[in-house]
Design a protein around this ligand. Structure first.
Ligand code: NAD
Length: 425
């Protein structure tokens, strides 16, 4: 059984404030003046829409939807669409800004965007979710497009959601437009290797970082928070690489097995039950967030924002955190972790595999020419390794955290694009 899952944002999380602090650090590091900060702190365009939904019982519900295009200097907006009951405009603004930095850092020719609908998809039927998706797409069709803004799956959405968006947009344009979304089913112009690209990228980066810390994979232990599209694949590829994954969690609970989880069998359990909870041979972790405090080499938060924060960062024992999720570490936590010597590989580098293969999908769709899985995987790996080397070297040379190094490199790229384009009129 596959269920769409969603998240509850921790009370302490203020992703937009964190995104602004990260931008400020990068601007200071680059020696830019305040006008650049102000230009990059504000989104280029924001749209908020009402999404009326006729429920299966005939009643009408009005949902809130958002799309934020943070920056379009380097190309069309790019970023996921999130279905979550507590999504806010500020959260979407932060996520859109992080997409701008991610695309710039990985040299993918896009700006940054993000969308959200305030809905808990677990409580709606598939036909209801289809109607929500189609109405949301229709409300936004004037700001979407393969050369304008290209959504992809995120929390609570999947390839089915992308198929409905592509169809709705195509009908509005009078022609099939495969390039308007990425993360589509393969049969509809999706790319091989896209579904698990984010997880693959997370693991490429985790292995680079473990090597830098001189921790060999067959001695390494890991914990993964979240067992959705990103966390599940991350656990699987870590397991494939010989890393002992001792704990995983989802919205319903966390499980632990000191000898290491058999990830393939766990995936079968999740297919059947919809949760990691109750997987045989494991102990339940009473408070699921305690997974974040386990004494492991590698921690991969792959669920939601703000989970490592001022309240728990001092108790984190992992040597290395690789951010599968966007914004899992707050600014306050970042400085506590840096003081304690914990290495944090930031989201804009660690989870960029998804947008890289989204770019490959868009290129293939626009050319109607399809690559093999080997080609996709090789090109993904090459880009992830190159970005890791660049960020790691920059951090070392300048004495920066990996987050400030990555954000500075990205902000520099975007600011240069702005300067070259100039101001109109
Ligand atoms: P998803 O909806 O597929 O999975 C989310 C998972 O997190 C589920 O297993 C859910 O049960 C779990 N979860 C939610 N709240 C939790 C909590 N408090 N504790 C433990 N588990 C919890 O979403 P996803 O696509 O895997 O996205 C996860 C994160 O990765 C998000 O931050 C997203 O923005 C980011 N991300 C996703 C992609 C992508 O390609 N899907 C790319 C880059 C970044």
């Amino acid at each position: 059984m596959t269920t769409l899952q969603t998240h509850i944002l921790p009370v302490s999380a203020d992703p937009l404030a964190d995104a602004h602090t990260q931008l400020r650090s990068a601007i200071d590091e680059l020696g830019y003046d305040d006008s650049i900060f102000e230009m990059l702190a504000l989104p280029r365009r924001e749209v908020a829409v009402s999404v009326p939904l006729r429920r299966d019982d005939g009643s009408i519900e009005i949902l809130r939807g958002f799309r934020v295009q943070h920056n379009l200097s380097r190309g069309p907006g790019k970023g996921g669409l999130r279905y979550s009951p507590d999504v806010t405009l500020d959260e979407v603004r932060a996520l859109a800004m992080w997409m701008t930095w991610k695309c710039a850092l990985l040299d993918v020719p896009y700006g940054g965007a993000k969308g959200g609908v305030r809905i808990d998809p677990r409580n709606y039927s598939t036909p209801e979710l289809e109607r929500v998706t189609r109405r949301y797409t229709s409300e936004l069709s004037h700001v979407l497009g393969p050369d304008t803004d290209i959504p992809a799956p995120d929390i609570g959405t999947d390839e089915k959601t992308m198929a409905w968006m592509m169809d709705t947009y195509s009908v509005s344009q009078g022609r099939t437009t495969l390039g308007v979304v990425t993360g589509k089913p393969i049969a509809l112009g999706g790319s091989v290797g896209r579904a698990d690209a984010t997880s693959r990228g997370v693991v490429h980066i985790a292995l680079c970082a473990l090597e830098t810390l001189q921790i060999t994979t067959d001695h390494a232990t890991a914990a993964v928070q979240g067992f959705g599209k990103v966390g599940r694949g991350a656990a699987r590829f870590l397991w494939d690489a010989g890393v002992k994954v001792v704990a995983v969690s989802d919205l319903y609970g966390a499980i632990f097995c000191g000898g290491g989880l058999h990830i393939e069998a766990l995936e079968e359990h999740v297919e059947r039950t919809g949760t990691v909870v109750g997987f045989s041979g494991t102990d339940a972790i009473e408070c699921k967030d305690d997974l974040l405090l386990l004494a492991v080499d590698l921690l991969v938060p792959a669920a939601v924002e703000g989970v490592i924060n001022g309240m728990n960062a001092g108790q984190v024992k992992a040597k290395l955190i690789v951010e599968g999720a966007n914004g899992p570490t707050t600014t306050e936590a970042d400085s506590i972790l840096a003081d304690n010597g914990t290495i944090v590989v930031p989201d804009i580098l660690a989870n960029a595999g998804g947008v890289i293969v989204s770019y490959f999908e868009w290129v293939q769709a626009n050319q109607s020419y399809w690559w093999t899985l080997q080609e996709v995987d090789d090109r993904l790996k090459a880009r992830m390794y190159a970005a890791w080397n660049r960020v790691h070297m920059h951090a070392r040379t300048r004495g920066l955290t990996l987050r400030t190094a990555a954000t500075s490199l990205a902000v520099h790229t975007v600011a240069e694009a702005h300067k070259l384009r100039g101001l109109y009129p």
